[in-house]
Design a protein around this ligand. Structure first.
Ligand SMILES: C[S@@+](CC[C@H](N)C(=O)[O-])C[C@H]1O[C@@H](n2cnc3c(N)ncnc32)[C@H](O)[C@@H]1O
Length: 224
């Protein structure tokens, strides 16, 4: 699901890209929603995804972001949006983020965007429960949402995030709750149990993505 609007810290970086010679690189580009947000700002975005375009993915490169087939020190603006929830196992996330930082050229930036699960309104709780349900359905492909706080621990920046900048932003994207309820109703467990409870809760209180968090960091500095 898109993150709308994009934070100013990101659009500021985007505006500095030369549209003729530079492009954003997005890891885990999926169906191209984030790429479309970048293109709407008049900049180019290249995508890398595990899935091939014949499966509906919108990407220029097929590959695993955990060992991206990109030359280190070459990327100006690198994005992982809605990706870290898919990167398993979680305890290795710090290593993968270090790999992504190694791809950046001097002055380059990595941005990570994720939905924030530590919120308590009814619609947001439904959204979080939906993400947890999807993670249970496909445990080999995704985990539940990761809070900014937990992410900071995983990348070793819990209290003094040297070189990192973090923020939150309200996501104004709307979700079609009826469509999600139809999808959930088609499954086996729809008549009773946890799924039925989730469908009823969505019918009553809707689905709200709430806030998302973003993290920004530059290239790994070489020592010496
Ligand atoms: C929820 S979609 C996000 C799509 C897009 N980033 C957006 O925000 O609209 C996650 C995508 O990440 C891809 N993905 C998951 N693990 C990956 C990995 N290790 N390397 C590359 N892509 C991966 C999936 O195939 C899926 O298309």
């Amino acid at each position: 699901m898109p993150f709308r609007p994009l934070p100013k810290s990101f659009t500021d970086q985007l505006s500095q890209l030369n549209s003729d010679t530079e492009a954003v690189l997005e890891l885990g580009s999926g169906e191209g929603h984030f790429m479309a947000l970048v293109e709407a700002q008049g900049k180019h975005c290249l995508g890398l995804d595990l899935r091939h375009p014949v499966t509906g993915a919108v990407c220029n490169l097929v590959g695993d972001a955990r060992r991206a087939p990109i030359r280190p020190g070459t990327v100006r603006l690198l994005v992982a949006a809605n990706l870290v929830r898919h990167v398993l196992p979680r305890h290795k996330l710090g290593e993968h983020v270090a790999h992504w930082r190694s791809l950046l050229k001097s002055g380059g930036m990595l941005f990570i965007f994720e939905d924030e699960p530590s919120q308590s309104s009814a619609g947001v709780r439904n959204f979080k429960d939906l993400q947890a349900f999807l993670a249970q359905l496909m445990p080999e492909a995704r985990g539940p949402l990761l809070s900014q706080e937990k992410f900071r621990h995983l990348v070793g920046a819990p209290t003094v995030p040297e070189g990192w900048t973090f923020g939150f932003q309200r996501n104004e994207e709307t979700i079609n709750a009826s469509e999600v309820m139809r999808f959930l109703s088609a499954g086996d467990g729809a008549a009773e149990g946890g799924v039925a409870k989730l469908i009823r809760a969505i019918g009553r209180d809707g689905l709200d993505p709430g806030q998302y968090w973003w993290a920004q960091v530059g290239p790994i500095q070489s020592e010496g």
